[in-house]
Write a protein that binds this ligand. Structure first.
Ligand SMILES: Nc1ncnc2c1ncn2[C@@H]1O[C@H](COP(=O)(O)OP(=O)(O)OP(=O)(O)O)[C@@H](O)[C@H]1O
Length: 539
């Protein structure tokens, strides 16, 4: 899985380099310490000031390098997490509808929020730290070897034993991290569900029951995290014991060597100081290596979501579709479709929707009317039989080409949490005239006149600041402004009062160039005569 853009690789290299350099400098503090003590014991005052000056310059360089390294590290984290979220989001949105709906949207949310955070905390930060600590460790080892080979040899014996611990725990921790990540996803799904159900919970006094469910999923999540943390605790306590033991060993062995006259007072103090810089990297490496090993399943999950690189074929087939609009007809031949293998929703259906004509599709609830729309608009393409738009097979048509020809006004309108204008234009540029026309045709002007912010009024989360009818009129305007030659109304005016709905539909049916397909349970009898064909599904 690629975590970095090419320019971030440079950043990573720079961070590692500076991190290594600052660790190297940190290890050399002990040499200054040794020098200053030995000079002081010998009473060499001039040499004492020289060492002091050197120390000041050294600290300055150390500060600059350490700050630059910290800053580069933060920039790297920002870039990588941003890049990861962008790629996961893009990958998820590019899935085909069947793949997309196979998982709960909370899974995607959890990947974007929790899993990316886990990668930051348990992979990126530890990885940078480990590089830095590895350099610090090697530098310390070199200096230790120079000051006292005996102490170094004893410490190395400890190490062999200590690195066995994270290696043994890595796999178990990986399993527990994986379980925690999956549980976080379930937690997000449940919390999202309960929060969305606020009105039902209040209206049916279901709070007690929902609190119980929340308590359970919350407890399971905390337990899964604790299971992983418990393993980390073993690791952490082992590290603490090791730290104390190392210092004790160094002090005793070095003091014994001093009594033998083999090391100076300065070397003894330098060795004591080095015990810190020897222990710290080892402890940090011990604590972080299992984290890095444990994050593998989370990274694999993110990689799966990112790597859905579907070729939507927008450019490759543009030539073929130069003909704009709908010239002749949409023809469905022997159309069969099922969601599950054993249950056919549509079976051997034939339809012809000719350009400029008006059709009503009627049928009882559950007979497959909305499914037919999903097939006509290329949402599901794994049907049997044929759908052709002006002779072109819809299965091979790029989505963009289908969207240029067909717009749907859905019964359940989704509105983004922005303003009315944005919900109509959906990121495209339209002239004031085009917007005005769409507002008029969708019957929106009346209700906009009563709103202080007009078309720039906020709609709230999924349009909750508006009424159902107002939301539906926005959906009508959203479809009309695209000026597609085909308009499908999936009960698209059911939330609007009868008279306004009649007016809107009548106006649409009067537009000669427009092909209209209305899906409805209740056809206004005044409009029946306006249709060129009434298709009955499921009879
Ligand atoms: N995403 C889906 N996965 C599985 N089955 C589905 C899915 N969507 C719809 N169905 C099933 O397909 C059948 C047809 O559903 P569809 O929504 O097309 O009916 P409809 O005629 O539009 O119904 P209504 O008039 O009540 O809106 C139903 O039995 C429904 O349970």
């Amino acid at each position: 899985m690629t975590l970095y853009k090419p320019k971030d690789r440079l950043l990573l290299g720079g961070t590692i380099l500076l991190g290594g350099l600052s660790s190297l400098l940190a290890a050399f503090v002990s040499i200054f310490l040794q020098r200053v003590i030995d000079v002081a014991v010998a009473g060499e005052i001039r040499e004492f000031y020289r060492v002091l000056g050197g120390m000041a310059a050294f600290l300055l360089a150390f500060g600059v390098i350490s700050f630059s390294e910290a800053l580069l590290g933060k920039i790297l984290l920002r870039n990588v997490t941003r890049y990861l979220r962008d790629r996961v989001f893009k990958g998820v949105m590019k899935q085909d509808p069947k793949e997309y709906t196979a998982q709960n949207t909370a899974d995607y949310l959890s990947a974007l929020v929790n899993d990316v955070k886990l990668v930051e905390d348990n992979y990126l930060v530890p990885l940078l730290l480990c590089f830095q600590m590895a350099v610090l460790f090697l530098a310390t080892l070199g200096i230790l070897l120079y000051l006292s080979p005996l102490v170094t040899f004893i410490l190395l014996l400890f190490l062999v034993l200590l690195f066995a611990v994270p290696a043994l725990m890595g796999k178990k921790l990986q399993e527990r991290q994986d379980a925690y990540s999956a549980q976080l996803s379930s937690f997000t799904a449940a919390a999202k569900d309960f929060l969305n159900g606020y009105e039902v919970i209040r209206g049916y006094s279901a709070l007690h029951c929902i609190l119980g469910r929340f308590h359970k999923v919350n407890k399971d999540t905390a337990d899964k995290k604790f299971a992983a943390d418990r393993l980390m605790a073993v690791n952490e306590s082992f590290s603490d014991i090791f730290s104390s033991l190392t210092v004790i060993v160094i002090v005793f062995v070095a003091a014994w060597q001093m009594m033998q006259g083999k090391v100076s007072m300065g070397t003894l103090l330098a060795l004591i100081q080095l015990s810190g810089t020897f222990v710290t990297p080892v402890v940090i490496l011990m604590q972080n290596i299992p984290k890095i090993q444990g994050i593998k399943p989370v990274m694999e999950h993110l990689a799966e979501l990112m790597d859905i690189s579907r070729n939507e074929g927008e450019d490759s087939s543009r030539q073929e579709y130069e003909m704009q609009g709908l010239q002749e007809a949409i023809r469905c031949t022997d159309l069969t479709f099922s969601y599950a293998d054993d249950q056919k929703v549509l079976e051997n259906e034939d339809f012809l929707f000719e350009a400029g004509k008006k059709y009503a599709v009627v049928g009882q609830s559950g007979c497959g009317k909305s499914t037919l729309i999903k097939l006509l608009t290329g949402y599901f393409r794994d049907f049997q039989g044929q759908i052709e738009i002006d002779g072109h097979s819809l299965k091979e048509m790029p989505q963009e080409e289908i969207n240029r020809r067909i717009a749907v006004i859905h019964q359940n309108v989704f509105l983004f949490d922005t303003d009315i204008r944005d919900n109509i234009c959906l990121g495209r540029q339209y002239s004031d005239e085009e917007i005005h026309k769409a507002l008029m045709e969708s019957g929106m002007e009346d209700f906009l006149a009563g709103m202080e912010g007009g078309i720039d009024s906020k709609v709230g989360e999924n349009g909750q600041l508006l009424s159902g009818g107002q939301r539906q009129r926005i959906a009508v305007a959203r479809a009309l402004i695209r000026r597609t030659p085909v308009l499908i109304l999936d009960e698209g005016t059911s939330a609007i009062d009868r008279e306004t709905a009649f007016e809107i539909e009548k106006r649409l049916l009067e537009r000669r160039e427009l092909t209209v397909i209305t899906i409805t349970h209740h056809m206004d009898e005044r409009l029946e005569g306006e249709y060129d064909g009434i298709l009955r599904l499921g009879v």
